[in-house]
Ligand binder design. Structure first.
Ligand SMILES: Cc1cc2nc3c(=O)[nH]c(=O)nc-3n(C[C@H](O)[C@H](O)[C@H](O)COP(=O)(O)O)c2cc1C
Ligand code: SF4
Length: 749
């Protein structure tokens, strides 16, 4: 029975197969699919461990992976670890997975490694930052010191405000030959105000913390060395901030290069020992370069250099390390890879500081040298970021000796005008600006925001106090003094960038509320702020060049996308032309932005269609900055040169079908006004056409107070005075002309 039933089994199976083969086949298919899915899922999980999604927090707990797992992931390779490191990691719990993009490492690092012992060619790059011009001069001197060693190429100079950080500080630049490596010199002054150096430091820090990038992406460099400039009189110690920015650059470069500090951080006091210290440092670094070029690597016999990783400062991520002295210190670790892993083993990764959540600081604290410097120059600082200054024309007008060009062009009596700014900070470093080294520069607003009511009251108070002090000045006319006590106009242009102030519209309302007209000048670098700006009496945009290259040379903007920003501002101005009186202000600097540029300026006028184009010759201020930028009296155009340029521009505009004509001039300020003929060359009651560049201020305020839409045509004033017309000079004959020494000038016309 048992055997017969056994024998009958195949038949039963056959029977089963015949009757249920469809079900059997389907079930087998499902089983195989499940098995394959399970295998695939297990593999994907392994890979996912190695490739955290973008934006995942750096300190997120990640399961420990083995070396084999890392090998399986084709696009990542592990940083080699010290033998004991993994063990201790296993004990210490959570750990960060450190991965390097294979391409990044192989491209440069491997080439350096293979050069060990071989001679290499070094391309030194000198990076410098300079607001006042002195560091730039030292950088140029350093470039001039040439090595006799043919393996050390002529250094290339880079102004840190003019380069794209990504080209140099995410990975080393591509070298021209396989055997050439880069060496970075840094010459860094310190500033206790916001400068573009802050952007560099942020960039270095972010690159280091970016988990998609190797923590030491610059390890392909031959090395780097930093020299700092500071002022020990004002900042007597490191704690007080002496050379603080150089210390920070040195710290981040140590991390990004995996500890390739070729020579200890040098530091010089600009008031005493800078030359001596710099010379020592230069000699030291040159010695190291010689050795590197002979394939000896860093730290071998270099006086004072120590090994590549010199101090324990890499232990503490966000603390600024102590300045390394010229004594060699014992290296704690010898390779970057060890450093990296030891950092990883300390526990969760450090949380990057979010600067936006830190309590905002004062832009110009009363204790800062900036404050001292500005007040010495006659500025009254209002609150923490605004300023007022009485201009020389206000004094001149009080004494009946003439007003500024805005009187001739628009009817602004200078003694009734207050010059102010709600933002002492700016995002340009124009070569002709005389405030360098004193005004803070920054691309974004990162300070405390003062209340507009306080600013308004503070501005008026400070301005009127200054006017009162002029009471006793010989020649001040009593009636003008009385008029001056009632402010009628505000020129928001003094220094910095007024539209940078986040509550500018509220400040404008306060000014208009007291029937104070507003002329606001901006630098065409903040399109969003410009678009959001409410009505002003006259809206200016500084146009210092007609093309991107020239603008960079003359304005030295901090924004990398400065030209796009500039063009966006042109388009916004065009949109505003129906609601605002818009003006292009051109400042002509001979040798910088005059030659061959009339056509380019005409194209910008065509794009933005401003009501007016004010053309003005630059005023030479003789600061070290202007000299550093190569500016001298030779760059100040004569009035005849400004006139020829204006005629060339007028013709260029005509060729484009744009009807602009010379509406007024003020030879004394070297300033000429081109105006849109269609809107401002109007027929008077006597049937004669005349220029009408003056403003009807009363009408402006009425329009504003009506709450209705209005445009520039609604407050066009009376005809421009004859004495301001083209060829007439623009000086009101009722005023008395005097020379610089106050001697009366007889009118020869
Ligand atoms: C507004 C201002 C702030 C400064 N802040 C510091 C500072 O915090 N620490 C320091 O050591 N030196 C400071 N200095 C001194 C400069 O670093 C020093 O004058 C340097 O040589 C300027 O270089 P530069 O002319 O190339 O811009 C400051 C100077 C100015 C004008
Ligand atoms: S417009 Fe400028 S220069 Fe003229 S009075 Fe006002 S502040 Fe002075």
């Amino acid at each position: 029975m048992a055997s017969s039933s056994l024998l009958s089994l195949p038949e039963e199976l056959l029977f089963l197969w015949h009757t249920h083969r469809l079900e059997i086949l389907l079930s087998a298919g499902v089983l195989i699919a499940c098995a394959r899915l399970a295998i695939h899922w297990r593999q994907t999980r392994r890979k996912a461990v190695l490739t955290p999604p973008l934006g995942s927090p750096v300190d997120e707990k990640v399961p420990i992976v083995t070396k084999n797992d890392l090998v399986e992931a084709e696009h990542f390779v592990p940083i080699p670890t010290a033998p004991g490191a993994v063990k201790s990691a296993e004990k210490s719990g959570p750990k960060r997975v450190t991965g390097v993009k294979k391409t990044r490492r192989t491209a440069k690092q491997d080439s350096i490694d293979s050069k060990d012992g071989d001679e290499v060619t070094i391309q030194p790059l000198i990076f410098y930052f300079s607001l006042g011009g002195s560091t730039k001069a030292y950088a140029e001197q350093l470039r001039g010191v040439l090595s006799n060693n043919q393996r050390i190429l002529e250094p290339v100079l880079h102004d840190l405000t003019e380069i794209d950080y990504d080209d140099f500080f995410v990975s080393p630049p591509k070298s021209t030959s396989a055997n050439t490596v880069y060496f970075y010199y840094f010459l860094i002054p310190s500033y206790d105000i916001s400068t573009e150096l802050d952007n560099l430091l942020d960039h270095l820090k972010e690159t280091h913390h970016d988990f998609r990038i190797d923590t030491a992406p610059l390890s392909g460099l031959a090395g780097y060395a930093v020299f700092g400039f500071g002022d020990r009189q004002e900042w007597p110690s490191e704690e007080a901030g002496f050379g603080k920015d150089a210390v920070a650059v040195d710290k981040w470069m140590a991390r990004l290069t995996g500890g390739k500090r070729a020579f200890p951080l040098g530091m010089g006091d600009v008031r005493s020992d800078v030359e001596e210290r710099l010379q020592e440092w230069k000699t030291g670094v040159s010695g190291i370069l010689e050795e590197v070029s002979q394939g000896k690597g860093l730290g071998e016999g270099a006086p004072g250099a120590g090994e590549a990783i010199e101090s324990g400062d890499e232990d503490d991520e966000d603390d600024v390390p102590a300045i390394t002295q010229s004594k060699p210190t014992r290296p704690k670790r010898t390779t970057r890879s060890q450093t990296s892993d030891l950092e990883d083993l300390k526990g969760p990764a450090p949380i990057p500081v979010d600067f936006t959540t830190a309590a905002p600081k004062a832009m110009v604290p009363t204790t800062s040298p900036t404050y001292t410097s500005l007040t010495k120059q006659g500025y009254s600082i209002i609150g923490t970021h605004s300023g007022v200054k009485t201009c020389r024309w206000t004094k001149s007008a009080l004494r009946g000796r003439g007003s500024c060009y805005k009187y001739s062009f628009y009817g602004i009596a200078s003694h009734r005008c207050m010059e102010a700014t709600p933002s002492l900070s700016c995002s340009n470093k124009c070569v002709f600006c005389w405030r360098h080294g004193t005004n803070p520069v920054s691309t974004t607003w990162r300070w405390k925001v003062d209340d507009p009511n306080d600013i308004f009251d503070g501005m008026k108070g400070a301005h009127l106090r200054k006017i009162k002090t002029l009471r006793g000045v010989p020649g001040v006319r009593a009636e003008r003094f009385e008029e001056a006590m009632r402010i009628r106009h505000c020129a928001l242009s003094l220094v910095g960038e007024p539209i940078f102030y986040p509550r500018i519209n509220e400040l404008l309302s306060l000014l208009h509320g007291e029937r104070i007209s507003t002329f606001l000048v901006c630098n065409a670098q903040h399109p969003d702020h410009l678009a959001a700006l409410n009505h002003v009496t006259q809206l200016y945009v500084s146009i210092d060049a007609s093309n991107a290259e020239s603008l960079k040379r003359i304005d030295r903007p901090l924004h990398r996308d400065y030209w796009q920003r500039f063009l966006r501002c042109m388009d916004i101005l065009r949109e505003k032309r129906c609601t605002q009186r818009t003006v292009f202000r051109l400042t002509l600097v001979k040798g910088f932005n005059i030659d061959e540029e009339a056509e380019g300026y005409a194209a910008l006028v065509e794009r933005a269609r401003p009501s007016f184009v004010e053309v003005k010759g630059v005023t030479y201020c003789g600061t070290s900055t202007s000299q550093g930028a190569g500016l001298s009296m030779q760059n100040v155009p004569f009035y005849e040169e400004v006139s020829s340029f204006v005629l060339a521009l007028e013709s260029a505009l005509k060729r484009k079908g744009l009807d602009y004509g010379i509406g007024a001039e003020h030879a004394h300020s070297c300033c000429i006004l081109l105006a849109d003929r269609e809107r401002y060359f109007l027929e008077d009651g006597d049937g004669v056409k005349r220029w009408h560049t003056l403003i009807d201020y009363q009408a402006f305020f009425e329009c504003l107070e009506s709450g209705k839409e209005f445009g520039p045509e609604d407050y066009v004033g009376a005809a421009t005075p004859e004495w301001a017309g083209w060829g007439r000079g623009g000086f009101d004959p009722r005023d008395e002309r005097v020379d610089r020494k106050g001697r009366r000038i007889e009118d020869k016309s």
